[in-house]
Design a protein around this ligand. Structure first.
Ligand code: ATP
Ligand code: MG
Length: 231
Protein backbone atom coordinates (compact mmCIF):
# COMPACT_ATOMS: atom_id res chain seq x y z
CA UNK A 1 0.00 0.00 0.00
CA UNK A 2 1.49 3.34 -1.05
CA UNK A 3 0.72 5.94 1.61
CA UNK A 4 1.40 8.87 -0.69
CA UNK A 5 -1.74 7.81 -2.53
CA UNK A 6 -5.19 8.75 -1.25
CA UNK A 7 -6.93 6.63 -3.92
CA UNK A 8 -5.67 3.52 -5.68
CA UNK A 9 -7.96 1.67 -8.05
CA UNK A 10 -6.45 -1.51 -9.41
CA UNK A 11 -8.11 -3.02 -12.49
CA UNK A 12 -11.67 -2.33 -11.43
CA UNK A 13 -14.56 -3.42 -13.63
CA UNK A 14 -18.20 -2.51 -13.28
CA UNK A 15 -21.25 -3.26 -15.37
CA UNK A 16 -25.00 -2.94 -14.97
CA UNK A 17 -27.77 -5.12 -16.41
CA UNK A 18 -29.20 -3.54 -19.53
CA UNK A 19 -32.51 -4.35 -21.20
CA UNK A 20 -34.48 -7.55 -20.74
CA UNK A 21 -31.98 -10.24 -21.85
CA UNK A 22 -28.85 -11.04 -19.91
CA UNK A 23 -27.04 -8.16 -21.57
CA UNK A 24 -24.88 -5.91 -19.41
CA UNK A 25 -23.65 -2.41 -19.97
CA UNK A 26 -19.98 -2.09 -19.15
CA UNK A 27 -19.07 1.11 -17.30
CA UNK A 28 -15.38 0.37 -16.57
CA UNK A 29 -13.15 -2.41 -17.76
CA UNK A 30 -9.86 -3.02 -15.91
CA UNK A 31 -9.62 0.60 -14.84
CA UNK A 32 -6.56 1.56 -12.79
CA UNK A 33 -6.13 4.99 -11.27
CA UNK A 34 -3.96 6.50 -8.53
CA UNK A 35 -4.50 9.87 -6.90
CA UNK A 36 -1.96 11.47 -4.61
CA UNK A 37 -2.68 12.88 -1.17
CA UNK A 38 -3.84 16.48 -1.42
CA UNK A 39 -4.17 16.42 -5.21
CA UNK A 40 -7.08 18.13 -7.00
CA UNK A 41 -8.52 16.17 -9.91
CA UNK A 42 -11.33 16.90 -12.33
CA UNK A 43 -13.41 14.21 -14.01
CA UNK A 44 -15.32 15.02 -17.19
CA UNK A 45 -17.31 12.95 -19.66
CA UNK A 46 -20.71 12.75 -21.33
CA UNK A 47 -23.87 12.10 -19.35
CA UNK A 48 -24.21 8.42 -18.43
CA UNK A 49 -20.52 7.56 -18.94
CA UNK A 50 -19.98 6.59 -15.29
CA UNK A 51 -18.70 9.68 -13.46
CA UNK A 52 -21.03 9.32 -10.48
CA UNK A 53 -20.46 5.56 -10.44
CA UNK A 54 -16.72 6.22 -10.17
CA UNK A 55 -17.22 8.70 -7.32
CA UNK A 56 -19.58 6.31 -5.53
CA UNK A 57 -16.99 3.51 -5.78
CA UNK A 58 -14.21 5.78 -4.47
CA UNK A 59 -16.58 6.98 -1.73
CA UNK A 60 -17.34 3.34 -0.81
CA UNK A 61 -21.06 3.83 -1.47
CA UNK A 62 -20.82 1.31 -4.32
CA UNK A 63 -18.35 -1.46 -5.11
CA UNK A 64 -16.82 -2.74 -8.35
CA UNK A 65 -17.61 -6.21 -9.76
CA UNK A 66 -13.88 -6.98 -9.67
CA UNK A 67 -10.60 -5.25 -8.89
CA UNK A 68 -9.18 -3.61 -5.78
CA UNK A 69 -10.10 -0.28 -4.22
CA UNK A 70 -7.87 1.44 -1.68
CA UNK A 71 -9.08 4.70 -0.20
CA UNK A 72 -7.38 6.75 2.53
CA UNK A 73 -5.05 3.88 3.34
CA UNK A 74 -7.68 1.13 3.59
CA UNK A 75 -8.41 -1.67 1.17
CA UNK A 76 -12.21 -1.54 1.19
CA UNK A 77 -12.59 -5.29 0.69
CA UNK A 78 -11.06 -5.73 4.17
CA UNK A 79 -13.75 -3.59 5.81
CA UNK A 80 -17.18 -4.63 7.05
CA UNK A 81 -20.17 -2.24 6.96
CA UNK A 82 -19.14 -0.67 10.24
CA UNK A 83 -15.60 -0.13 8.99
CA UNK A 84 -16.88 1.39 5.77
CA UNK A 85 -19.20 3.77 7.66
CA UNK A 86 -16.31 4.86 9.87
CA UNK A 87 -14.05 5.41 6.85
CA UNK A 88 -16.72 7.54 5.17
CA UNK A 89 -17.57 9.51 8.29
CA UNK A 90 -13.98 10.19 9.36
CA UNK A 91 -12.03 10.56 6.15
CA UNK A 92 -14.30 11.34 3.21
CA UNK A 93 -16.40 14.43 2.55
CA UNK A 94 -19.21 14.49 0.00
CA UNK A 95 -20.75 17.40 -1.90
CA UNK A 96 -23.54 16.68 -4.36
CA UNK A 97 -25.24 18.62 -7.13
CA UNK A 98 -28.08 19.52 -4.84
CA UNK A 99 -27.11 20.52 -1.34
CA UNK A 100 -29.07 17.94 0.75
CA UNK A 101 -29.29 20.27 3.76
CA UNK A 102 -31.78 19.11 6.35
CA UNK A 103 -34.64 21.64 6.34
CA UNK A 104 -35.65 21.10 9.99
CA UNK A 105 -32.37 22.27 11.53
CA UNK A 106 -30.39 25.52 11.31
CA UNK A 107 -27.44 26.24 9.02
CA UNK A 108 -24.87 25.69 11.78
CA UNK A 109 -26.58 22.50 12.96
CA UNK A 110 -26.35 21.19 9.40
CA UNK A 111 -22.62 21.94 9.36
CA UNK A 112 -22.11 20.17 12.70
CA UNK A 113 -24.22 17.11 11.82
CA UNK A 114 -21.50 14.95 10.18
CA UNK A 115 -19.35 15.42 13.28
CA UNK A 116 -21.95 13.49 15.30
CA UNK A 117 -21.26 10.49 13.04
CA UNK A 118 -17.49 10.76 13.47
CA UNK A 119 -15.60 8.08 15.46
CA UNK A 120 -13.83 10.88 17.33
CA UNK A 121 -16.33 13.75 17.54
CA UNK A 122 -15.10 17.17 18.66
CA UNK A 123 -16.07 18.49 22.05
CA UNK A 124 -19.25 20.58 21.71
CA UNK A 125 -17.81 24.10 21.99
CA UNK A 126 -14.83 23.22 19.79
CA UNK A 127 -17.23 21.82 17.22
CA UNK A 128 -19.34 25.01 17.25
CA UNK A 129 -16.19 27.13 16.92
CA UNK A 130 -14.95 25.06 13.99
CA UNK A 131 -18.35 25.29 12.32
CA UNK A 132 -18.43 29.07 12.78
CA UNK A 133 -14.90 29.42 11.40
CA UNK A 134 -15.81 27.34 8.37
CA UNK A 135 -18.99 29.39 7.81
CA UNK A 136 -16.92 32.55 8.21
CA UNK A 137 -14.50 31.32 5.52
CA UNK A 138 -17.37 31.20 3.03
CA UNK A 139 -18.98 34.45 4.17
CA UNK A 140 -21.89 32.66 5.85
CA UNK A 141 -21.31 33.18 9.58
CA UNK A 142 -24.06 35.83 9.76
CA UNK A 143 -26.49 33.18 8.51
CA UNK A 144 -25.46 30.49 11.01
CA UNK A 145 -28.73 30.50 12.94
CA UNK A 146 -31.07 30.79 9.97
CA UNK A 147 -32.99 27.83 8.64
CA UNK A 148 -32.00 26.51 5.19
CA UNK A 149 -35.30 27.86 3.77
CA UNK A 150 -34.15 31.38 4.72
CA UNK A 151 -31.02 31.39 2.55
CA UNK A 152 -30.52 31.27 -1.22
CA UNK A 153 -29.60 28.22 -3.31
CA UNK A 154 -26.01 29.44 -3.78
CA UNK A 155 -25.71 30.06 -0.06
CA UNK A 156 -27.03 26.56 0.68
CA UNK A 157 -24.36 25.17 -1.62
CA UNK A 158 -21.66 27.08 0.26
CA UNK A 159 -23.03 25.63 3.51
CA UNK A 160 -22.95 22.13 1.95
CA UNK A 161 -19.28 22.66 1.06
CA UNK A 162 -18.25 23.61 4.59
CA UNK A 163 -20.41 20.83 6.04
CA UNK A 164 -18.33 18.38 3.97
CA UNK A 165 -15.19 19.77 5.65
CA UNK A 166 -16.28 19.62 9.31
CA UNK A 167 -14.45 16.34 9.98
CA UNK A 168 -11.29 17.54 8.15
CA UNK A 169 -11.58 14.79 5.53
CA UNK A 170 -8.55 13.46 3.69
CA UNK A 171 -10.60 13.26 0.54
CA UNK A 172 -13.47 15.36 -0.76
CA UNK A 173 -15.73 13.98 -3.49
CA UNK A 174 -17.75 16.63 -5.30
CA UNK A 175 -20.30 15.52 -7.92
CA UNK A 176 -21.23 18.56 -10.00
CA UNK A 177 -21.44 20.83 -6.95
CA UNK A 178 -21.99 23.92 -9.10
CA UNK A 179 -24.68 22.40 -11.31
CA UNK A 180 -27.40 24.63 -9.91
CA UNK A 181 -25.38 27.88 -9.81
CA UNK A 182 -24.75 30.71 -12.30
CA UNK A 183 -21.27 31.28 -13.72
CA UNK A 184 -20.14 33.82 -11.14
CA UNK A 185 -21.42 31.80 -8.16
CA UNK A 186 -19.96 28.59 -9.49
CA UNK A 187 -16.52 30.17 -9.99
CA UNK A 188 -16.70 31.45 -6.42
CA UNK A 189 -17.67 28.02 -5.10
CA UNK A 190 -14.83 26.28 -6.96
CA UNK A 191 -12.35 28.83 -5.61
CA UNK A 192 -13.71 28.13 -2.12
CA UNK A 193 -13.41 24.38 -2.55
CA UNK A 194 -9.83 24.68 -3.78
CA UNK A 195 -8.93 27.05 -0.97
CA UNK A 196 -10.40 24.82 1.76
CA UNK A 197 -8.79 21.69 0.30
CA UNK A 198 -5.44 23.41 0.00
CA UNK A 199 -5.59 24.67 3.57
CA UNK A 200 -6.40 21.22 4.98
CA UNK A 201 -4.32 19.19 2.47
CA UNK A 202 -7.54 17.47 1.41
CA UNK A 203 -7.59 15.60 -1.90
CA UNK A 204 -10.39 16.75 -4.20
CA UNK A 205 -12.11 14.81 -6.95
CA UNK A 206 -14.54 17.03 -8.78
CA UNK A 207 -17.00 15.88 -11.43
CA UNK A 208 -18.01 18.71 -13.74
CA UNK A 209 -19.47 19.32 -17.18
CA UNK A 210 -17.63 22.61 -17.39
CA UNK A 211 -14.22 22.62 -19.10
CA UNK A 212 -13.18 25.89 -17.48
CA UNK A 213 -13.98 24.54 -14.01
CA UNK A 214 -12.11 21.32 -14.81
CA UNK A 215 -9.03 23.26 -15.87
CA UNK A 216 -8.69 24.78 -12.40
CA UNK A 217 -7.76 21.36 -10.96
CA UNK A 218 -4.14 20.12 -10.91
CA UNK A 219 -5.05 17.03 -12.87
CA UNK A 220 -7.73 16.48 -15.51
CA UNK A 221 -9.28 13.12 -16.28
CA UNK A 222 -11.77 12.31 -19.01
CA UNK A 223 -13.85 9.23 -19.73
CA UNK A 224 -13.09 7.57 -23.03
CA UNK A 225 -15.42 4.61 -23.45
CA UNK A 226 -14.82 2.29 -20.51
CA UNK A 227 -11.47 3.79 -19.60
CA UNK A 228 -10.23 7.09 -18.25
CA UNK A 229 -7.51 9.17 -19.84
CA UNK A 230 -5.37 12.01 -18.58
CA UNK A 231 -6.05 15.19 -20.60
N1 ATP B 1 -28.00 1.26 -9.97
C1 ATP B 1 -27.95 1.21 -11.33
N2 ATP B 1 -28.55 0.23 -12.01
C2 ATP B 1 -28.46 0.15 -13.36
N3 ATP B 1 -27.80 1.05 -14.11
C3 ATP B 1 -27.19 2.05 -13.48
C4 ATP B 1 -27.23 2.20 -12.06
N4 ATP B 1 -26.52 3.30 -11.72
C5 ATP B 1 -26.07 3.83 -12.88
N5 ATP B 1 -26.47 3.09 -13.93
C6 ATP B 1 -26.13 3.32 -15.34
O1 ATP B 1 -24.73 3.44 -15.43
C7 ATP B 1 -24.36 4.47 -16.34
C8 ATP B 1 -23.46 5.47 -15.64
O2 ATP B 1 -24.21 6.19 -14.67
P1 ATP B 1 -23.60 7.42 -13.88
O3 ATP B 1 -24.63 7.91 -12.97
O4 ATP B 1 -22.31 7.00 -13.28
O5 ATP B 1 -23.32 8.46 -15.07
P2 ATP B 1 -22.75 9.94 -15.02
O6 ATP B 1 -21.52 9.97 -15.86
O7 ATP B 1 -22.64 10.38 -13.61
O8 ATP B 1 -23.90 10.77 -15.76
P3 ATP B 1 -24.45 12.28 -15.50
O9 ATP B 1 -23.44 13.20 -16.12
O10 ATP B 1 -25.73 12.30 -16.24
O11 ATP B 1 -24.62 12.46 -14.03
C9 ATP B 1 -25.67 5.06 -16.86
O12 ATP B 1 -25.93 4.49 -18.10
C10 ATP B 1 -26.68 4.63 -15.83
O13 ATP B 1 -27.94 4.45 -16.43
MG1 MG C 1 -23.66 11.80 -12.43
Amino acid sequence: MDHRMIVQLDKISKSYPEGSDNKRREIFNDLSLSIQTGQSVSVVGPSGCGKSTLLNIIGTLDSPDSGEVEVCGSNISNLNDKGLSALRADKIGFVFQSHHLLPQISVIENVILPNLASSSPLEQSECSNTAIQLLESVGMSDHAHKMPSEISGGEMQRVAVVRSMINSPELLLADEPTGALDRERSEELIALLLHLCDEHNTGLILVTHDVKTASRMERNLAFEGTSIVEV
